[in-house]
Design a protein around this ligand. Structure first.
Ligand SMILES: NC(=O)c1ccc[n+]([C@@H]2O[C@H](COP(=O)([O-])OP(=O)(O)OC[C@H]3O[C@@H](n4cnc5c(N)ncnc54)[C@H](O)[C@@H]3O)[C@@H](O)[C@H]2O)c1
Length: 281
């Protein structure tokens, strides 16, 4: 699918990968609906994109709430008369596998997985009906390998990969011109490690806890050494144009960790934690 004249809905569109993709799609002539929970950054993103000539509206909403995602679809239909692409991208990090309160697990899973489910439910029936559409789901390399310090995040991203593969098979069986891509980035320079900015106050842990500080420091170093979100945006557009299922922003790393898991399943050694993986290793 070429994006010129098409309408794309991007969740988490006010920052990072979502915002970079919005810029990219706008430069290709797409109409845009940006959905985000953060009102002011969303407003600023819409103003900046319009100043560059984009046709874009913002819809403030929480992807973990089904009605909010339906409202994003309805806004696209009302403003542009159609929706052709949904980029289920909003996501947050938080918590270790050990000792994370269930309410924090729920927060991460409801956004990272629940948000994708809500996007699929809101848009796929429409896409099938019109026999045209593309779903892009943001997972992560954390959806391909478990790593220390990110239990809920890994659980949510593995689920997004599984959901996307199941959706791929069902869409293939449908015979319709509706497609799905799963985005598995390695580290990208965004605000992902500041996800707590959107966390309800009562869920926030102690930021001075030594383990929390150590995990944050490692994660910050990795994200700061990551690629630019603009590179991911180019890959997202390419996957829609070329109809690719996988987007692996670091193919070497993604395939290597997957091969390591396979070796492990065959009785070999366990894979190294992803946080020690570099593009060169
Ligand atoms: N940055 C990385 O290294 C990296 C790597 C792999 C995957 N990802 C994934 O990329 C996606 C985008 O994250 P990013 O890195 O651009 O981070 P980011 O924090 O810069 O952007 C995330 C956006 O999602 C929004 N958001 C958060 N909760 C929301 C909710 N409940 N409803 C609606 N919007 C919400 C935030 O306000 C923000 O604008 C996420 O799914 C993340 O897990 C990021």
């Amino acid at each position: 699918m070429e994006l010129k004249g098409k309408t794309a809905v991007i969740t988490g569109g006010a920052s990072g990968i979502g915002l970079a993709t919005a810029r990219r799609f706008a430069s290709s002539g797409a109409n845009l609906v940006l959905g985000d929970i953060e009102e002011q950054p969303l407003h600023e993103a819409v103003v900046a994109l319009r100043a560059d000539g984009a046709k874009v509206i913002g819809v403030q909403g929480d992807v973990s709430k089904e009605a909010d995602v339906v409202a994003m679809r309805e806004a696209a239909l009302a403003e542009f008369g159609a929706a052709h692409v949904v980029f289920n991208n909003a996501g947050v990090g938080g918590g270790m596998a050990i000792g994370t309160p269930k309410a924090v697990w729920d927060w991460v899973l409801d956004i990272n997985l629940g948000g994708v489910i809500n996007g699929v439910n809101a848009f796929v029936p429409l896409f099938l009906e019109q026999n045209e559409g593309h779903v892009v789901n943001t997972a992560s390399e954390s959806g391909l390998v478990g790593s220390a310090g990110s239990g809920p995040y890994c659980a949510s991203k593995f689920a997004v990969v599984g959901l996307s593969e199941a959706l791929f098979q069902e869409l293939a069986l449908s015979g319709k011109d509706v497609h799905v891509t799963v985005l598995c980035p390695n580290f990208v320079r965004t605000r992902i490690n500041d996800s707590q900015r959107n966390m309800p106050d009562e869920l926030r842990g102690n930021p001075d806890d030594p383990m929390t500080k150590l995990v944050k420091k490692i994660a910050d170093d990795l994200v700061n050494a990551g690629i630019e979100a603009d590179e991911v945006a180019v890959a997202v557009e390419d996957a829609i144009q070329q109809n690719k299922f996988w987007i692996l922003t670091n193919e070497h790393s993604a395939t290597r960790i997957t091969e390591q898991r396979l070796e492990w399943m065959r009785g070999g050694r366990p894979p190294r934690a992803k946080r020690f993986t570099t593009p060169e290793s």
